[in-house]
Design a protein around this ligand. Sequence first.
Ligand code: NAP
Length: 316
Amino acid sequence: MASADWTKPLAYIGLTTVAYTTFKLLRGASIYLHPSTLTKEYNPTGKNWALVTGATDGIGFGFCQELRARGFNVILHGRNETKLQKRAKELEAEFPATKTSIIVLDVVGVTNAIDEVGSQVRETLARNGGELSVLVNNVGGDSKPYTMLEAYTFEEAQETLDKNAVFMLQITRVLLPVLEAGRRGIVLNVSSISAYGMPFISVYSASKGFVDTLTRALEAECVAEGRNVDVMGLRVGPTRTSAFDVKAGLFVPNSRELAIGALNRVGCGEVIAWAYFWHSVQGVMFDVMPRSVLMKITAKKMRELKKEEEEKAKKR
Ligand SMILES: NC(=O)c1ccc[n+]([C@@H]2O[C@H](COP(=O)([O-])OP(=O)(O)OC[C@H]3O[C@@H](n4cnc5c(N)ncnc54)[C@H](OP(=O)(O)O)[C@@H]3O)[C@@H](O)[C@H]2O)c1
């Protein structure tokens, strides 16, 4: 029996893969050429406020710097009052034309005391003028990265969910009416490459999946109701921060570079977009690679990161 000729089908599969990858790359690249509508849409008077959660370090502080550079007054949220005041002073020194305020609240074990954040923000606006027009839901992280699910204690698992998912949901619920009271507002939710579902960070991964779904649902809800609040998710890949002490490079921006990318994506037309161009290139690779291969590579990387963490911990 003559053997089947696979040349044609394989050529079609190859061509389709190349065409799909090219299309994704071109479409992805167009998002990075679109000018940001952040200032025009959400701070036309130059008097408006942005609230950033987890603002004392890493990407959150990068957001604060970049929002102030674009003329926004900033409310910094965090858990440590001394650190918040220190960071607020740094911002005031770097950008004297804009104002700061702080909100102290631990995101872990959040209770209905969070409802008071609404009145705290309204008081800040009443005292200083301007509207709350931007909410950056940035706070997040993994309480026990690079381990198996059962290695988490009950508290560590809950903490990770609170940090990434529960607090975001609750503060957005509380602040949506404040955003809506202004001319136009936007909620920016920080997501992660880990939303693909990655081994050894399963709780964190799942919580970022929650962020993506909440973003899509809330965006659709606001559109359906014709509300004056936009909702957008910003997907983030490896970024050098206090929590992730890796060498910066083309594929690893620092916190400020990431924040610049994120704010530049506002108005790009996507509900969820990669904040930083080179992360989007990694995203395309993730989309086209067979999942089994991708997860093999990811598991290896996670084990390496765990080893690095353990070695660093030994030196401390
Ligand atoms: N870095 C990355 O490679 C990367 C990749 C993908 C996604 N992301 C996402 O980007 C966001 C920022 O990450 P990052 O790397 O910039 O984190 P980071 O450097 O650890 O900063 C986290 C911020 O959140 C605050 N925070 C932590 N726990 C808190 C708590 N219980 N209550 C109140 N505030 C708390 C920290 O405050 P303290 O100063 O008091 O600790 C800090 O201001 C997160 O949502 C993360 O999932 C990061």
